[in-house]
Design a protein around this ligand. Structure first.
Ligand code: SF4
Length: 63
């Protein structure tokens, strides 16, 4: 399972980090979320929930 964040539309609200901090983190310099390099969505089991909770639909999760 792969995930990505469209930083063009991310507003840095932190919801994805709150729900899934094994995979997502905030980049303080950019004020945007990013995927932690090497993070494993399948193991973390929270990417879909994070994607559904993103207020701007910036998170993509692919099977
Ligand atoms: Fe950005 Fe969406 Fe994560 Fe909020 S939930 S920080 S808008 S990717």
């Amino acid at each position: 399972m792969k995930t990505s964040i469209n930083q063009e539309i991310c507003i840095g609200c932190g919801a994805c980090v709150a729900l899934c901090d094994a995979v997502y983190r905030l980049n303080d310099e950019l004020g945007k979320a990013e995927v932690i390099p090497g993070a494993d969505c399948s193991a973390a089991g929270c990417c879909k929930e994070a994607a559904e909770s993103c207020p701007v639909g910036a998170i993509t999760v692919e099977e």
